[in-house]
Design a protein around this ligand. Structure first.
Ligand SMILES: NC(=O)C1=CN([C@@H]2O[C@H](COP(=O)(O)OP(=O)(O)OC[C@H]3O[C@@H](n4cnc5c(N)ncnc54)[C@H](O)[C@@H]3O)[C@@H](O)[C@H]2O)C=CC1
Ligand SMILES: O=C(O)C1=NCCCC1
Length: 352
């Protein structure tokens, strides 16, 4: 063996599309839920041990996560994989190494807070096949998980096509995740209004300017920069929160109509669920990406978890149509494994 191939960030970016990433993430969510429900009618085999967290220093502001996963008997149905027998069953063994250094945004010039690489192994021999830049994959797959959650938890309650229902989306936190969530929501749904809030207001304004110049968004909404998180969430149908805040950024009383509301809680302060108030969790039907990970990582979580997003996709659970739903995203190694495999497959198709 000649050693692993390296796929750098430029190459990875060439094939990242919403269809490719959404499909791979949806497959990972379904596989994890099938495994935890022990559903023998579904073919998946998943091993996703808890991620390890190494604290690089004396504070928890500099972290290294090790995220291994094996996903067996799943399918890539993404457009990028068409033509390479992308629908064939496959199995992927991968491990993501990802750092979270939240002070990086204060550096001159600033660096991303989250940086990752993904190791892809030969699932038959255990040899390492490839190392892939995983920073963009992490960014995209996190937003894709919110898109899939929004599709099933929010849109799933209406009897209309997703493309016909206009929504107002609030983005709380306008860093890397805030930006990709804004793009993802406008690329996948009919967003008529985008409400942006960031602690440093200039950052929200910069994101608004950037989004207004983007020509590749499926929908170009009215974009409003808000003075507070409360202003941003008041009239929103879908809320995406992605900050490092330890403190709640909005409370239940800030949410106008609880009927027909969905929240994607993506970020993590000292406590993963710190940025959303306890009463919001208490009034929501709460879903996670992985119950096993939630048990381990969400110590002191204020409510019972209704299930995994994959349970809703696999149709073994249906949320109450009138409830406020909340997706507590932690991020899963199996998402990275499936997306990295889809990226590799798409790159091989381009090359051949
Ligand atoms: N669930 C998942 O799968 C993933 C979650 N994350 C989490 O998403 C969050 C955001 O990550 P990035 O966008 O990459 O970081 P970033 O550094 O690019 O952006 C963070 C944003 O949060 C704001 N912020 C930071 N501290 C705040 C506070 N105390 N109060 C209000 N706003 C505050 C900053 O102004 C900044 O705009 C982090 O908590 C990160 O750990 C990141 C990747 C995957
Ligand atoms: O899933 C991930 O990747 C991450 N989740 C939490 C913060 C660091 C990266």
């Amino acid at each position: 063996m000649s050693g692993p191939i390296y796929y750098g960030a430029e190459l990875v970016r060439r094939v990242l599309t919403w269809q490719l990433v959404n499909d791979a993430v949806e497959e990972a969510l379904k596989a994890v839920a099938a495994q935890s429900r022990n559903a023998p009618q579904l073919p998946y085999v998943v091993s996703q041990p808890m991620r390890s967290v190494t604290i690089a220093g004396t504070e928890r502001s500099q972290l290294l996560f090790t995220m291994p996963a094996y996903v067996g008997n799943y399918r890539l149905t993404a457009a990028g994989a068409a033509g390479d027998a992308g629908n064939a069953t496959r199995s992927t063994l991968a491990c993501k190494l990802v750092t979270s250094f939240r002070g990086n945004q204060e550096l001159q010039p600033p660096l991303p807070s989250i940086a990752a690489n993904i190791l892809l192994f030969n699932a038959g021999t255990g040899e390492i096949d490839a190392i892939m830049s995983g920073t963009d994959i992490t960014t995209w797959r996190t937003a894709a998980a919110s898109v899939v959650a929004t599709k099933y938890l929010y849109f799933g309650r209406f009897n209309a096509a997703i493309s016909e229902l206009p929504i107002k989306v609030a983005i709380i936190g306008c860093g890397t995740q805030g930006e990709i969530h804004a793009v993802a929501m406008c690329s996948n749904f009919k967003v008529e209004q985008l409400l942006l809030y960031n602690r440093t207001a200039t950052r929200a304004q910069q994101l608004a300017d950037k989004l207004r110049k983007m020509t590749n968004l499926q929908h170009t909404p009215e974009i409003i920069v808000c003075n507070s998180a409360r202003d941003a969430v008041r009239d929103a149908n879908v809320i995406c929160v992605a900050t490092f805040s330890r403190e709640p950024l909005f409370n239940a009383c800030d949410l106008g109509s609880k009927r027909g509301l969905h929240i994607n809680a993506v970020g993590a302060g000292e406590v993963a669920f710190g940025e959303v108030a306890t009463d919001v969790y208490q009034q929501s039907e709460v879903f996670v990406d992985s119950l096993a990970n939630a048990e381990h990582e969400l110590k002191g979580f204020p409510v019972c978890i209704a299930g995994e997003v994959g349970n809703v996709i696999n149709k073994d659970y249906k949320p109450e149509p009138t409830s406020m739903t909340l997706f507590q995203s932690m991020g899963m190694a199996s998402e990275d494994a499936c997306v990295a495999e889809a990226v590799r497959s798409a790159l091989l198709t381009i090359d051949s």
